[in-house]
Design a protein around this ligand. Structure first.
Ligand code: UD1
Length: 363
Protein backbone atom coordinates (compact mmCIF):
# COMPACT_ATOMS: atom_id res chain seq x y z
CA UNK A 1 0.00 0.00 0.00
CA UNK A 2 1.32 3.46 -0.96
CA UNK A 3 2.13 5.97 1.71
CA UNK A 4 0.70 9.43 1.22
CA UNK A 5 2.87 12.52 1.68
CA UNK A 6 1.42 16.03 1.34
CA UNK A 7 4.00 18.65 0.33
CA UNK A 8 2.88 22.14 1.31
CA UNK A 9 4.60 24.92 -0.61
CA UNK A 10 3.93 28.45 -1.77
CA UNK A 11 7.00 30.22 -3.16
CA UNK A 12 9.52 29.78 -5.90
CA UNK A 13 12.46 28.48 -3.82
CA UNK A 14 10.18 25.85 -2.29
CA UNK A 15 9.19 24.55 -5.72
CA UNK A 16 12.87 24.35 -6.75
CA UNK A 17 13.98 22.54 -3.60
CA UNK A 18 10.95 20.23 -3.27
CA UNK A 19 11.08 19.17 -6.94
CA UNK A 20 13.74 16.46 -6.43
CA UNK A 21 11.70 14.92 -3.58
CA UNK A 22 8.47 15.08 -5.60
CA UNK A 23 10.14 13.33 -8.54
CA UNK A 24 11.90 10.73 -6.37
CA UNK A 25 8.96 9.75 -4.14
CA UNK A 26 7.12 7.40 -6.55
CA UNK A 27 10.29 5.26 -6.77
CA UNK A 28 9.78 4.39 -3.08
CA UNK A 29 5.99 3.97 -3.40
CA UNK A 30 5.16 7.30 -1.83
CA UNK A 31 2.19 9.10 -3.33
CA UNK A 32 2.74 12.89 -3.22
CA UNK A 33 0.00 15.52 -3.13
CA UNK A 34 1.16 19.11 -3.56
CA UNK A 35 -0.83 21.67 -1.58
CA UNK A 36 -0.10 25.19 -2.86
CA UNK A 37 -0.73 28.08 -0.48
CA UNK A 38 -0.71 30.74 -3.22
CA UNK A 39 1.90 32.90 -1.41
CA UNK A 40 3.43 33.35 -4.87
CA UNK A 41 0.95 33.51 -7.74
CA UNK A 42 2.54 35.45 -10.65
CA UNK A 43 3.49 33.25 -13.59
CA UNK A 44 7.13 34.33 -13.37
CA UNK A 45 7.36 33.47 -9.64
CA UNK A 46 5.25 30.34 -9.78
CA UNK A 47 3.73 28.66 -12.87
CA UNK A 48 6.92 28.72 -14.91
CA UNK A 49 8.73 26.74 -12.20
CA UNK A 50 6.20 23.89 -12.25
CA UNK A 51 6.58 23.71 -16.02
CA UNK A 52 10.37 23.94 -16.22
CA UNK A 53 11.04 21.53 -13.37
CA UNK A 54 8.48 19.07 -14.67
CA UNK A 55 6.63 19.02 -11.36
CA UNK A 56 2.96 17.89 -11.40
CA UNK A 57 0.30 20.52 -10.80
CA UNK A 58 -0.86 20.96 -7.17
CA UNK A 59 -3.74 18.69 -6.09
CA UNK A 60 -5.04 21.56 -3.98
CA UNK A 61 -4.49 25.30 -4.30
CA UNK A 62 -5.75 27.65 -1.60
CA UNK A 63 -4.91 30.94 -3.39
CA UNK A 64 -4.02 33.04 -0.35
CA UNK A 65 -2.06 35.75 -2.21
CA UNK A 66 -0.20 38.77 -0.75
CA UNK A 67 -1.21 40.20 2.65
CA UNK A 68 0.48 41.47 5.79
CA UNK A 69 2.37 38.48 7.22
CA UNK A 70 0.09 37.67 10.15
CA UNK A 71 -3.05 37.82 7.98
CA UNK A 72 -1.35 35.76 5.28
CA UNK A 73 -0.25 33.09 7.77
CA UNK A 74 -3.70 33.01 9.42
CA UNK A 75 -5.48 32.54 6.11
CA UNK A 76 -3.05 29.84 5.06
CA UNK A 77 -3.48 27.86 8.30
CA UNK A 78 -7.26 27.92 7.95
CA UNK A 79 -7.38 26.97 4.29
CA UNK A 80 -4.58 24.38 4.41
CA UNK A 81 -6.23 22.79 7.47
CA UNK A 82 -9.45 22.39 5.46
CA UNK A 83 -7.53 20.62 2.70
CA UNK A 84 -5.64 18.37 5.15
CA UNK A 85 -8.91 17.45 6.81
CA UNK A 86 -10.21 16.02 3.54
CA UNK A 87 -6.90 14.68 2.26
CA UNK A 88 -5.72 12.94 5.46
CA UNK A 89 -2.08 12.37 4.39
CA UNK A 90 0.22 10.13 6.43
CA UNK A 91 2.75 12.97 6.76
CA UNK A 92 3.35 16.53 5.61
CA UNK A 93 6.60 17.92 4.23
CA UNK A 94 7.59 21.58 4.26
CA UNK A 95 10.84 23.08 2.98
CA UNK A 96 12.76 26.09 4.26
CA UNK A 97 11.57 29.14 6.14
CA UNK A 98 8.78 31.01 4.37
CA UNK A 99 5.38 31.99 5.75
CA UNK A 100 3.95 29.00 3.85
CA UNK A 101 6.27 26.71 5.82
CA UNK A 102 5.19 28.03 9.20
CA UNK A 103 1.49 27.97 8.28
CA UNK A 104 1.70 24.47 6.78
CA UNK A 105 3.55 23.11 9.80
CA UNK A 106 1.11 24.69 12.27
CA UNK A 107 -1.93 23.37 10.41
CA UNK A 108 -0.45 19.86 10.33
CA UNK A 109 0.70 19.73 13.95
CA UNK A 110 -2.71 20.80 15.25
CA UNK A 111 -4.25 17.92 13.29
CA UNK A 112 -1.75 15.39 14.63
CA UNK A 113 -0.08 14.86 11.24
CA UNK A 114 3.70 14.29 11.51
CA UNK A 115 5.87 16.90 9.79
CA UNK A 116 9.06 16.50 7.82
CA UNK A 117 11.12 19.70 7.65
CA UNK A 118 13.51 19.86 4.75
CA UNK A 119 16.40 22.28 5.38
CA UNK A 120 16.03 22.10 9.16
CA UNK A 121 18.32 23.74 11.69
CA UNK A 122 19.47 26.78 9.69
CA UNK A 123 19.85 29.88 11.84
CA UNK A 124 20.83 33.46 11.06
CA UNK A 125 20.29 34.58 14.68
CA UNK A 126 18.77 37.68 13.09
CA UNK A 127 15.24 37.94 14.46
CA UNK A 128 14.49 41.00 12.34
CA UNK A 129 14.25 38.59 9.40
CA UNK A 130 10.75 37.09 9.12
CA UNK A 131 12.33 33.77 8.14
CA UNK A 132 14.14 33.24 11.47
CA UNK A 133 10.95 32.75 13.50
CA UNK A 134 9.51 30.56 10.73
CA UNK A 135 12.54 28.25 10.81
CA UNK A 136 12.80 27.95 14.56
CA UNK A 137 9.09 27.26 15.06
CA UNK A 138 8.86 24.76 12.20
CA UNK A 139 11.85 22.83 13.58
CA UNK A 140 10.37 22.68 17.06
CA UNK A 141 7.24 20.85 15.88
CA UNK A 142 8.74 18.58 13.22
CA UNK A 143 9.08 14.81 13.49
CA UNK A 144 11.80 14.51 10.81
CA UNK A 145 14.49 17.21 10.65
CA UNK A 146 16.47 17.00 7.43
CA UNK A 147 19.63 19.07 7.94
CA UNK A 148 21.96 20.02 5.07
CA UNK A 149 25.18 19.67 7.13
CA UNK A 150 26.32 18.68 10.62
CA UNK A 151 26.33 22.34 11.64
CA UNK A 152 22.52 22.38 11.79
CA UNK A 153 22.45 19.10 13.69
CA UNK A 154 24.69 20.62 16.35
CA UNK A 155 22.56 23.74 16.46
CA UNK A 156 19.39 21.70 16.98
CA UNK A 157 21.13 19.78 19.77
CA UNK A 158 21.97 23.10 21.47
CA UNK A 159 18.27 23.97 21.30
CA UNK A 160 17.36 20.69 22.97
CA UNK A 161 16.12 18.92 19.83
CA UNK A 162 17.80 15.52 19.61
CA UNK A 163 15.35 13.13 17.91
CA UNK A 164 14.53 12.67 14.26
CA UNK A 165 17.59 14.55 12.93
CA UNK A 166 19.16 13.40 9.65
CA UNK A 167 22.09 15.08 7.89
CA UNK A 168 21.30 14.65 4.21
CA UNK A 169 22.70 17.58 2.19
CA UNK A 170 20.54 20.11 0.41
CA UNK A 171 18.17 19.40 -2.48
CA UNK A 172 19.30 22.75 -3.94
CA UNK A 173 22.33 20.78 -5.15
CA UNK A 174 20.18 18.00 -6.68
CA UNK A 175 18.23 20.61 -8.63
CA UNK A 176 21.14 22.85 -9.62
CA UNK A 177 23.28 19.97 -10.95
CA UNK A 178 20.41 18.31 -12.80
CA UNK A 179 18.80 21.40 -14.32
CA UNK A 180 22.04 23.30 -15.13
CA UNK A 181 22.69 20.76 -17.92
CA UNK A 182 19.18 21.28 -19.28
CA UNK A 183 19.61 25.06 -18.96
CA UNK A 184 22.67 24.96 -21.24
CA UNK A 185 20.60 23.19 -23.92
CA UNK A 186 17.36 25.10 -23.55
CA UNK A 187 18.06 28.64 -22.36
CA UNK A 188 19.21 31.34 -24.77
CA UNK A 189 19.02 34.11 -22.15
CA UNK A 190 22.67 35.16 -22.54
CA UNK A 191 22.14 35.61 -26.29
CA UNK A 192 18.81 37.40 -25.77
CA UNK A 193 20.45 39.84 -23.37
CA UNK A 194 23.45 40.29 -25.70
CA UNK A 195 26.00 39.33 -23.05
CA UNK A 196 27.07 35.89 -24.32
CA UNK A 197 30.66 37.04 -24.96
CA UNK A 198 30.92 39.64 -22.19
CA UNK A 199 31.97 39.32 -18.55
CA UNK A 200 28.97 40.02 -16.37
CA UNK A 201 27.81 39.94 -12.79
CA UNK A 202 24.39 38.72 -11.67
CA UNK A 203 22.46 40.55 -8.97
CA UNK A 204 19.33 39.47 -7.10
CA UNK A 205 17.92 41.41 -4.16
CA UNK A 206 14.55 41.12 -2.44
CA UNK A 207 15.05 41.04 1.35
CA UNK A 208 12.88 43.55 3.25
CA UNK A 209 16.07 44.79 5.03
CA UNK A 210 17.59 45.81 1.67
CA UNK A 211 14.60 46.92 -0.36
CA UNK A 212 11.82 48.20 1.92
CA UNK A 213 13.68 51.36 3.04
CA UNK A 214 14.02 53.59 -0.09
CA UNK A 215 17.19 55.30 1.22
CA UNK A 216 18.94 51.99 1.84
CA UNK A 217 17.85 50.67 -1.56
CA UNK A 218 19.09 53.81 -3.31
CA UNK A 219 22.43 53.66 -1.46
CA UNK A 220 23.00 50.00 -2.33
CA UNK A 221 22.10 50.49 -5.99
CA UNK A 222 24.40 53.52 -6.27
CA UNK A 223 27.32 51.73 -4.57
CA UNK A 224 26.86 48.59 -6.67
CA UNK A 225 26.70 50.72 -9.82
CA UNK A 226 29.97 52.48 -8.98
CA UNK A 227 31.73 49.27 -7.97
CA UNK A 228 30.70 47.40 -11.11
CA UNK A 229 31.74 50.34 -13.31
CA UNK A 230 35.21 50.23 -11.79
CA UNK A 231 35.42 46.49 -12.41
CA UNK A 232 34.12 46.81 -15.99
CA UNK A 233 31.21 44.49 -15.25
CA UNK A 234 27.74 44.64 -16.74
CA UNK A 235 25.31 43.58 -14.03
CA UNK A 236 22.25 41.55 -14.98
CA UNK A 237 19.51 42.33 -12.48
CA UNK A 238 16.34 40.21 -12.58
CA UNK A 239 14.04 42.32 -10.43
CA UNK A 240 11.80 40.62 -7.82
CA UNK A 241 8.28 42.13 -7.63
CA UNK A 242 8.89 43.38 -4.09
CA UNK A 243 12.01 45.23 -5.28
CA UNK A 244 10.33 46.49 -8.47
CA UNK A 245 7.52 47.99 -6.39
CA UNK A 246 10.03 49.68 -4.04
CA UNK A 247 12.00 51.12 -6.99
CA UNK A 248 8.82 52.46 -8.63
CA UNK A 249 7.41 53.94 -5.43
CA UNK A 250 10.59 55.88 -4.64
CA UNK A 251 11.24 56.76 -8.34
CA UNK A 252 14.75 55.30 -8.09
CA UNK A 253 17.08 54.91 -11.06
CA UNK A 254 18.88 51.69 -11.88
CA UNK A 255 22.62 52.34 -12.53
CA UNK A 256 23.63 52.59 -16.20
CA UNK A 257 25.86 49.48 -15.99
CA UNK A 258 22.83 47.39 -14.95
CA UNK A 259 20.63 45.40 -17.28
CA UNK A 260 17.31 45.08 -15.44
CA UNK A 261 14.96 42.23 -16.40
CA UNK A 262 11.67 40.74 -15.25
CA UNK A 263 12.08 37.89 -12.72
CA UNK A 264 13.55 34.93 -14.62
CA UNK A 265 12.56 31.29 -14.74
CA UNK A 266 14.82 28.64 -13.20
CA UNK A 267 16.55 27.57 -16.42
CA UNK A 268 17.39 31.14 -17.48
CA UNK A 269 18.63 31.97 -13.99
CA UNK A 270 20.78 28.82 -13.81
CA UNK A 271 22.23 29.57 -17.23
CA UNK A 272 23.21 33.09 -16.10
CA UNK A 273 24.47 31.91 -12.73
CA UNK A 274 26.68 29.28 -14.37
CA UNK A 275 28.44 31.76 -16.62
CA UNK A 276 28.62 34.85 -14.39
CA UNK A 277 31.96 36.22 -13.21
CA UNK A 278 30.36 36.95 -9.87
CA UNK A 279 27.00 36.67 -8.13
CA UNK A 280 25.67 39.41 -5.84
CA UNK A 281 22.64 38.41 -3.80
CA UNK A 282 20.66 38.55 -0.60
CA UNK A 283 18.91 35.25 -1.35
CA UNK A 284 19.65 32.14 0.69
CA UNK A 285 19.15 29.63 -2.12
CA UNK A 286 21.39 31.54 -4.51
CA UNK A 287 24.28 31.39 -2.01
CA UNK A 288 23.93 27.58 -2.20
CA UNK A 289 23.55 27.53 -5.98
CA UNK A 290 26.61 29.78 -6.48
CA UNK A 291 28.63 27.45 -4.24
CA UNK A 292 27.39 24.40 -6.17
CA UNK A 293 28.05 25.92 -9.60
CA UNK A 294 31.49 27.21 -8.45
CA UNK A 295 30.75 30.87 -9.05
CA UNK A 296 32.04 33.28 -6.38
CA UNK A 297 29.35 35.11 -4.44
CA UNK A 298 29.07 38.32 -2.42
CA UNK A 299 26.07 38.24 -0.08
CA UNK A 300 24.59 41.67 0.55
CA UNK A 301 23.71 41.02 4.19
CA UNK A 302 25.39 41.29 7.60
CA UNK A 303 24.81 37.58 8.33
CA UNK A 304 23.96 34.29 6.70
CA UNK A 305 22.27 31.09 7.78
CA UNK A 306 24.58 29.35 5.28
CA UNK A 307 27.98 29.89 7.05
CA UNK A 308 29.37 26.81 5.27
CA UNK A 309 29.68 28.98 2.15
CA UNK A 310 31.89 31.42 4.07
CA UNK A 311 34.01 28.60 5.44
CA UNK A 312 34.76 27.15 2.00
CA UNK A 313 35.31 30.66 0.60
CA UNK A 314 32.66 30.55 -2.13
CA UNK A 315 30.89 33.44 -0.43
CA UNK A 316 31.66 36.59 1.58
CA UNK A 317 29.30 38.91 3.42
CA UNK A 318 29.20 42.60 2.53
CA UNK A 319 26.54 44.77 4.09
CA UNK A 320 28.21 48.05 3.15
CA UNK A 321 26.80 50.80 0.94
CA UNK A 322 30.32 52.19 0.46
CA UNK A 323 31.41 51.63 -3.17
CA UNK A 324 35.10 51.12 -2.17
CA UNK A 325 34.24 48.41 0.34
CA UNK A 326 31.90 46.66 -2.09
CA UNK A 327 34.41 46.92 -4.92
CA UNK A 328 37.14 45.30 -2.80
CA UNK A 329 34.83 42.44 -1.80
CA UNK A 330 33.75 41.90 -5.40
CA UNK A 331 37.29 42.04 -6.76
CA UNK A 332 38.70 39.58 -4.26
CA UNK A 333 35.84 37.15 -4.93
CA UNK A 334 36.32 37.40 -8.72
CA UNK A 335 40.01 36.48 -8.26
CA UNK A 336 39.21 33.49 -6.07
CA UNK A 337 40.20 29.96 -7.15
CA UNK A 338 36.99 28.12 -7.90
CA UNK A 339 38.02 24.80 -6.41
CA UNK A 340 36.13 24.69 -3.12
CA UNK A 341 34.40 21.51 -1.94
CA UNK A 342 30.60 21.64 -1.86
CA UNK A 343 29.43 21.36 1.76
CA UNK A 344 25.82 20.74 0.71
CA UNK A 345 26.21 17.23 -0.67
CA UNK A 346 26.57 15.45 -3.98
CA UNK A 347 23.10 15.90 -5.46
CA UNK A 348 21.55 12.79 -3.91
CA UNK A 349 19.76 14.48 -1.02
CA UNK A 350 16.26 13.68 -2.29
CA UNK A 351 17.13 9.96 -2.50
CA UNK A 352 18.17 9.97 1.18
CA UNK A 353 15.09 11.91 2.28
CA UNK A 354 12.65 9.71 0.39
CA UNK A 355 14.30 6.49 1.61
CA UNK A 356 14.08 7.64 5.23
CA UNK A 357 10.44 8.67 4.85
CA UNK A 358 9.55 5.41 3.08
CA UNK A 359 11.04 3.45 6.00
CA UNK A 360 9.57 5.53 8.78
CA UNK A 361 6.20 6.93 7.66
CA UNK A 362 3.30 5.06 9.20
CA UNK A 363 0.14 4.49 7.17
C1 UD1 B 1 9.15 35.26 0.14
C2 UD1 B 1 9.77 34.64 1.41
C3 UD1 B 1 11.28 34.68 1.29
C4 UD1 B 1 11.76 34.06 -0.02
C5 UD1 B 1 11.03 34.75 -1.18
C6 UD1 B 1 11.40 34.16 -2.52
C7 UD1 B 1 8.55 34.91 3.53
C8 UD1 B 1 8.54 35.64 4.84
N1 UD1 B 1 9.44 35.39 2.62
O1 UD1 B 1 9.53 36.63 0.11
O2 UD1 B 1 11.85 33.95 2.36
O3 UD1 B 1 13.14 34.25 -0.15
O4 UD1 B 1 9.62 34.60 -0.99
O5 UD1 B 1 10.90 34.98 -3.55
O6 UD1 B 1 7.82 33.97 3.36
N2 UD1 B 1 4.42 39.46 -5.29
C9 UD1 B 1 4.07 39.43 -6.62
N3 UD1 B 1 3.79 38.21 -7.17
C10 UD1 B 1 3.81 37.09 -6.45
C11 UD1 B 1 4.15 37.13 -5.09
C12 UD1 B 1 4.46 38.33 -4.52
O7 UD1 B 1 4.04 40.44 -7.30
O8 UD1 B 1 3.54 36.01 -7.03
C13 UD1 B 1 4.76 40.77 -4.69
C14 UD1 B 1 3.66 41.31 -3.84
O9 UD1 B 1 3.63 42.67 -4.02
C15 UD1 B 1 4.08 40.97 -2.42
C16 UD1 B 1 5.60 41.04 -2.52
O10 UD1 B 1 5.90 40.59 -3.85
O11 UD1 B 1 3.54 41.82 -1.49
C17 UD1 B 1 6.32 40.19 -1.54
O12 UD1 B 1 5.89 38.83 -1.64
P1 UD1 B 1 5.95 37.84 -0.36
O13 UD1 B 1 5.57 36.48 -0.78
O14 UD1 B 1 5.26 38.48 0.78
O15 UD1 B 1 7.44 37.85 0.05
P2 UD1 B 1 8.76 37.68 -0.81
O16 UD1 B 1 9.47 38.98 -0.73
O17 UD1 B 1 8.51 37.08 -2.16
Amino acid sequence: MSKHLAIILGTRPEIIKCAPVILQAPKQHIDVSIIHTGQHYSRELDGIFFQELNVPEPRAHVHVGSHAASIQIGLMIQRVADVLDTMRPDAVLVQGDTNSVLAGALAATKMGIPIAHLEAGLRSDDWSMPEEANRVLADRISRWLFCPTTLQKERLHQEGITNGIYVVGNTAVDSALHYAKIAYEKSDIAERLGIAEKPFGLLTMHRPSNVDDPQRLQDILRALGQASDRLGLTVIFPIHPRTARAIDRAHLKIPSSFLGTEPLGYLDLLRLQSSAELILTDSGGIQEEACTLRIPCVTLRPNTERPETLEVGSNVLCDSTDADVLCRAMESQIKKERNWANPFGDGKTAEHVVRILANEMKV
